[in-house]
Design a binder for this molecule. Structure first.
Ligand SMILES: Cc1cc2nc3c(=O)[nH]c(=O)nc-3n(C[C@H](O)[C@H](O)[C@H](O)COP(=O)(O)OP(=O)(O)OC[C@H]3O[C@@H](n4cnc5c(N)ncnc54)[C@H](O)[C@@H]3O)c2cc1C
Length: 375
């Protein structure tokens, strides 16, 4: 699995696993990546849509950032409205880094760009290949894998990365706890494609009492709507003739994270280690950040520092996302009225607006020390 480098097995070829693979390749490893699905996330399921500035910084050494910037929708403004009244607008360039706070691009496209970069190192995930269990001492993990034809294999990697998503077999096999809570509130998503290109530069949120309805671009002619209201469709004012409802989803939000992201030579990254609401668009970005840190630490022989270095970042993102979610899912009409009056006033104070934007950009966790001058 590697020429002079330890062998690394990565369970899961989502954004976290693919990023870990790519960053390890860049550092001279030849990781093996297995995934139970038949290929990357379908292009029509936009899933995680926001690519933040920190992710662009992290993926710049591999060249993926240039490819993202060539195809993503560049969001120039966040706008919050109450009906036709504009409550506030923030220029995403005020995050004051090398990139705007956030770009929009469907998760399937992100995965395909990472796969293309991995191919340059002759690494291709093994699809339809499932990790069934991890046994043994975590310092010498024994991984049971089932191939598409039903054949089984037992692998003993030097390092195992569990990037196998929220229901992680790696996490469960090793008995990591995953404490947290499920919120009552549901989130509703729907992507609509229009006859002509629409305004793809704005992330727009309309506040109601109660509830919110937001939209942001998926592609130049497709918008993602996200809402906390079950009757959200009746509130959408489409900017053009709808050609197709491309995708829809609804889910209850969980806030959960492990207490430690490693045990012996087994490491967790991404949704396998932490899940939270989509408010703030941090999910996929945090997993990509985990993966980059882990690859860096493995290459430095400092992998035992991974959990202690990442857990503060995970807790920070959980805290911020939880607050933001509580803010947008409020039900008390008086508090909602107060929120809708006070928050716009606060955000017009420049340092407060900039602070919010820097959180969206992902700049509230430690910068990567291996990238000179990184935010
Ligand atoms: C329907 C949906 C909508 C979403 N919407 C948003 C959103 O709007 N905003 C947002 O920020 N986030 C959203 N997310 C979450 C976002 O997709 C995740 O945060 C992100 O994908 C995490 O990446 P990951 O690589 O850690 O995990 P995943 O993307 O879940 O990837 C895990 C990979 O592991 C593979 N796998 C699982 N089990 C095994 C096994 N036993 N053996 C081998 N492979 C395995 C899976 O096939 C998958 O490819 C959404 C997720 C879903 C499912």
């Amino acid at each position: 699995m590697g020429e002079g480098r330890p062998g690394v097995l990565i369970a899961g070829a989502g954004p976290s696993g693919l990023t870990a693979g790519l960053e390890l390749c860049r550092r001279g490893f030849s990781p093996r990546i297995v995934d139970s699905e038949s290929g990357p996330a379908p292009m029509e399921e936009s899933r995680a849509l926001g690519v933040n500035a920190r992710t662009l910084t992290l993926l710049s050494p591999s060249g993926v950032t240039d490819r993202i910037l060539g195809v993503a929708q560049h969001i120039t403004h966040f706008r919050v409205r109450s009906g036709s009244a504009l409550l506030f607008e923030l220029d995403t360039g005020r995050a004051a880094g090398a990139y705007r706070a956030i770009q929009a691009m469907p998760q399937g496209l992100m995965e395909r760009l990472l796969l293309a970069a991995l191919r340059e190192y002759d690494v291709e995930p093994e699809w339809n290949t499932r990790v069934e269990a991890v046994a043994g001492d975590p310092t010498e993990p024994v991984v049971s894998i089932r191939h598409a034809d039903g054949a089984t294999e037992s692998v003993r990697p030097d390092f195992l990365i569990g990037a196998d998503g929220a229901h992680s077999v790696v996490r469960k096999s090793l008995g990591f706890g995953f404490p947290g809570e499920a919120l009552e509130t549901c989130f509703y998503l729907a992507d609509y494609r229009y006859e002509h290109p629409v305004d793809a530069r704005v992330a727009d949120i309309e506040v109601f009492n109660p509830g919110i309805l937001g939209h942001l671009p998926v592609t130049p002619d497709t918008l993602r709507y996200i809402s906390t209201l079950s009757d959200y469709e009746s509130r959408i004012v489409h900017p053009d003739k709808v050609v197709e409802e491309v995708w829809r989803s609804e889910f209850r939000v969980h806030f959960r994270h492990v207490e430690s992201m490693s045990r012996g030579n087994v490491f967790l990254a991404g949704d396998a280690a932490h899940i939270h609401s989509p408010a703030g668009a941090r999910g996929m970005n945090l997993g990509i950040e985990d993966a980059c840190w882990l690859a860096y630490l493995l290459s430095e022989g400092r992998q035992q520092e991974y959990s202690s270095l990442r857990m503060p970042a995970v807790r920070q993102v959980m805290k911020v996302t939880y607050r933001l979610t509580a803010f947008i899912t409020m039900k008390n009409p008086l508090l909602i009225g107060l929120r809708n009056r006070i928050v716009p006033m606060l955000l017009r104070i420049p340092p407060i607006g900039t602070r919010l934007l820097r959180g969206v950009a992902g700049y509230d966790t430690p910068p990567p020390p291996w990238i000179a001058g990184a935010e």
